[in-house]
Design a protein around this ligand. Sequence first.
Ligand code: PEP
Length: 257
Amino acid sequence: MPLISGNWKMNLSHAEAVQAVKKLGILLEGMKSELTKPEIRRLEAVEISIHPTFVALRSVQSVVEAESIPVMLGAQNCHWEDSGAFTGEVSPIMLSKLNVRYVIVGHSERRRIMGESDEMINTKLKAVFRCGMIPILCVGEDLDQRENNETESLLAYQVKAAVDGVSPDNLSKLVIAYEPVWAIGTGISATLDQAQQGCQAVHSLVGSSARVLYGGSVNADNASQLVRCDGIDGLLVGGASLNPDSFADIVKQSVIS
Ligand code: PEP
């Protein structure tokens, strides 16, 4: 089942997040009147997750459940312990109690700005599984690494380090987002070939059951071609997911013939 995930990053207050998800629900429902029957079936088969900030999660959960909005709840990060003296952190068990389904782990902004190590990412990833949720592991090369032809070796290193000790059963449920760092928030998406090669390289490391998303400046213009590439099982969308109109448009472009 394809997955389209919206990473809201450090944006939208809890009230704005509620407005955004309500509008997204209305747009997803309204979209059906413009789609053919096969397209509606494809829409129903797409899984959509939204990843608000921690402070908005509870409010968004309430409205999603009360209004049966067809999106899964996601988080952007978590700690690896269930509780304890970790000031400022949020535990995976707390997220699971809010019915969070997907947790982004190892986003490049956390690796780069917060100094998250591969070991921390591995521990977080296992904690997310332990609490019954699914990690969306982010991997991807920076521009220097691409220019030095290090993309595949870097992907192999990041993926192997992150999944060390993960059971085959959990590995098959894992979601990995191939996100070239140079494409994130820059407006410069990877070409279809680059996106496909990266996603296929990740698939070759974890098998075909794990889902591999592409992320990096996805918008309504490039979404349709990206999701049709063999080996790309969905999209991780940052900036364009903040506006319900553009996020709904990305979903629509992904399902129309
Ligand atoms: C992201 O932050 O995961 C991302 C893909 O951002 P953007 O879509 O804005 O490039």
